[in-house]
Design a binder for this molecule. Sequence first.
Ligand SMILES: NC(=O)c1ccc[n+]([C@@H]2O[C@H](COP(=O)([O-])OP(=O)(O)OC[C@H]3O[C@@H](n4cnc5c(N)ncnc54)[C@H](OP(=O)(O)O)[C@@H]3O)[C@@H](O)[C@H]2O)c1
Length: 260
Amino acid sequence: MDSGRFSLQGKVALVTGGSRGIGRAIALAMAEAGADVAVSGRKLPPLEEVAQEIAQRGRKSLAVASHIAKVEDSRTLVERVKDEWGRIDILVNNAGTNPYYGPLLEAEEWAWDVTMNVNLKGPFLLSQLVARLMREQGGGSIINIASIMGIIPSELGIYSVTKAGLIMLTKVLAKELGQYKIRVNAIAPGVVKTRLSEALWKEPAKAEAAAGRKALGYIGEPEDIAGAAVYLASDASSYVTGEVIIVDGGESVGPAPVYD
Ligand SMILES: NC(=O)c1ccc[n+]([C@@H]2O[C@H](COP(=O)([O-])OP(=O)(O)OC[C@H]3O[C@@H](n4cnc5c(N)ncnc54)[C@H](OP(=O)(O)O)[C@@H]3O)[C@@H](O)[C@H]2O)c1
């Protein structure tokens, strides 16, 4: 099927945190849309499995172990992809973490540092490296995986602050990089069933409550996020930059009203 402006045929994508969850779903959806895809994360074996799944979809794939908070790792990552394919058209800053669940008043400095470094400093430094390459190439698309918790304050306090920062990073980069035909957008998912969010849905009572807050009435799967990423990566979104697409199953609008 020719998907026209929604096609990613001929494009090269780099997806951080591509070994599982939302990153894996985005990597596979981009491969299905025609892109060659590199996936990164700290542990190589699960990345290699995803690389195989990409290859099964008829696309080229690459798995690179890389810690997002270590700039030397990011430099090597970008070089690896460049050596392999000569370009990067799409960067998905998806790797993220939340090591602490509890009130800000009790949070320790290490939790602040780890969350900031992985969720905000890492995407900043990698975007810088990739945007320089995109500028030489004449354009590209950067997609930051933020969170609804970066818009509405949540019980994951430090995490919320990092995601709010990532949304502002998206807007500032969009403003600076538009002149180079580099678009920068964010996706703000609501709760999706992954390892990172287990504390919010593993217990049946919490899962029911989380589902009940959404107009669509269920907690999303990673695949529910991938379509927005393919859209933002493709030429179909050629005039969209500095935007945040909320993909939360209608959590922001809430469940159906009760009249009696
Ligand atoms: N799940 C949700 O409800 C939800 C909602 C809103 C936003 N998000 C965001 O979506 C993104 C993906 O999360 P997910 O839910 O799919 O989580 P996940 O299933 O736990 O996956 C996280 C991915 O990030 C990688 N990663 C973690 N720390 C890393 C580091 N320091 N350096 C490089 N890679 C690292 C992991 O691989 P390794 O462990 O091998 O490094 C893994 O591939 C995150 O930015 C998260 O904040 C999630």
